[in-house]
Design a protein around this ligand. Structure first.
Ligand code: PNS
Length: 161
């Protein structure tokens, strides 16, 4: 099915993101995981840290590559001949925001479509913000992120406190 890009802040990657990448990798020949700037968020990890955590976790997938860039997602799609954007949908609360982004991208680049994957039930409560909040209060985050990411979060949060 050609190429697709799964964009996000990934601050940091959670098991919910990982589940979407795994499923997308089965559907498309090549999946780009794009670490982008969300102008409304103040990230915990630098762009380099987020990319390196993703590379570590996604190493086993031959058809997945991690990329990062500034600027508009649709410009990157055009430059790299990508016609599909993948986003995960957790609940109805995501829908309004996701539809707005998808439609904005479509107005700017009608040749690029957004495909939504329904988040697996066991991850429907999960977000990077929730994981960071849990870690801040020393809650057990083992079920929410890959083991290597857990270590990075704990190190980062303890360095700040
Ligand atoms: O994981 P997030 O924070 O929900 O991802 C949002 C993201 C990074 C995909 C979105 O903010 C984005 O596409 N940023 C790049 C700039 C862009 O293309 N904006 C146009 C869409 S409104």
């Amino acid at each position: 099915m050609g190429k697709a890009i799964y964009p996000g802040s990934f601050d940091p990657i959670t098991n919910g993101h990982l589940d979407i990448v795994r499923r997308a990798a089965r559907m498309f020949d090549e999946v780009y995981v794009g670490v982008l700037i969300n102008s409304t968020k103040n990230p915990l990890f630098s762009m380099e840290e987020r990319v390196s955590m993703l590379e570590e976790v996604l190493e086993e997938y031959d058809n997945v590559k991690v990329v990062s860039f500034d600027g508009l997602l649709v410009d990157y799609c055009r430059q790299n001949d990508i016609h599909t954007i993948i986003r995960g949908l957790r609940a109805i609360t995501d829908f309004e925001y996701e539809l707005q982004i998808a439609q904005t991208n479509r107005v700017m680049a009608p040749e690029v479509d957004t495909v939504f994957l329904a988040t697996s039930l066991q991850y429907s409560y999960l977000s990077s913000s929730i994981v960071k909040e849990m870690a801040m209060y020393d809650a057990d985050i083992s079920k929410t992120v890959p083991e290597s990411v857990k270590a990075h979060i704990q190190k980062k949060i303890h360095a700040r406190t």
